[in-house]
Design a binder for this molecule. Structure first.
Ligand SMILES: [Zn+2]
Length: 294
């Protein structure tokens, strides 16, 4: 099954739902970053959520989800763009922790305590930013908390990643349910009843798609599909972007690079692509850094 995000309306148009299948994207991230099983679950959940959040962005916009916990994983950064394209990295992708007594991957311990921030580039002068404390580091509840506090949007967030013994990704996906303003009480009550049956979605997603799960669990509210988007891991790095990043380091750093190494080799955090810059190119960047800073 190809990765995708399906959007539904249900409860007479009073509730919107996103259902994401993200197994391929999560497997690709695992291979790029050589993720440990628990890190695969952490990154897969965060990428799935960021992909869903990108559905609201206009063309050219982007969204960054930063999860900065004090656990072994270190800071994790996920960027998503409309389309839907997602990329991610974590400081210590190979870090792992023992599973919980239930046998489940202990994402909360791997992530730790800290802050979750969302930065939305909406193509306006200033980016929009919302920030909350991590609730338990398990990502889904952290995001529900973020939605409630920063966006004043009550949301039900279910995210799941199942990793096989050989570390490959068996299933990954997510469901986000949001009652819209003015949603009648009886629909909220029905929603709460149904949501209790959602449980751990990672095992359920082995047998069906996230969309099928939505149709089954929320059948009483009659979900109908309004949109479908492909979802994939994709990096948008380029020579130009790398050079702009180098310029922003400033003259001192650039001069240092030229004098010590006479060249620079920069690899992209998100996809590991390597960019080579020779001394002449670095000198051009140095000139631009000078004009910029003065
Ligand atoms: Zn890249």
């Amino acid at each position: 099954m190809q990765d995708r995000i399906i959007q539904y309306l249900m409860g007479e148009g009073n509730v919107r739902v996103f259902a994401a299948d993200s197994r391929e994207m999560t497997e690709q991230a695992r291979q790029i970053h050589d993720l440990s099983p628990t890190a695969t679950a952490a990154m897969g959940r965060a990428m799935t959520a960021a992909g869903i959040m990108a559905c609201d962005l206009k063309t050219g916009g982007s969204m960054t989800l930063n999860i900065r916990g004090d656990g072994p994983l270190g800071p994790m950064c996920v960027v998503s763009r409309p389309g839907v394209f997602v990329k991610a990295y974590a400081q210590n992708p190979q870090a792992d922790v023992p599973p919980k007594s239930t046998g489940k991957l202990d994402v909360g311990t791997l992530v730790g305590q800290g802050r979750l921030s969302v930065i939305k580039d909406l193509q306006l002068k200033e980016p929009w930013m919302g920030q909350v404390n991590l609730h338990n580091g398990e990502i889904a509840e952290d995001l529900a908390y973020y939605y409630a506090i920063s966006e004043q949007q009550p949301s039900l967030v279910a995210l799941g990643v199942l990793v096989d013994k050989d570390r490959s990704v068996l299933s990954a996906g997510g469901i986000v349910v949001q009652p819209l303003p003015g949603c009648p009480d009886e629909i909220i009550t029905q929603l709460e009843q149904d949501a209790a049956r959602l449980g751990d979605i990672s095992t359920k997603l082995r047998a069906c798609s996230a969309g099928e799960l939505v149709q089954e669990i929320f059948a009483a509210l009659e979900p109908h599909q309004i949109n479908e988007l492909p979802l994939s891991y994709a990096c948008d790095c380029s020579q130009g972007r790398i050079e702009r990043a180098l310029i922003s380091l400033g003259r001192e750093e650039l001069t240092d690079m030229i004098e010590k190494d006479h060249a620079a080799e920069v690899s992209c955090h998100f996809c590991n692509k390597v960019y080579q810059l020779d001394e002449a190119r670095l000198r051009t960047l140095l000139e631009q850094a000078q004009t910029k800073g003065e």
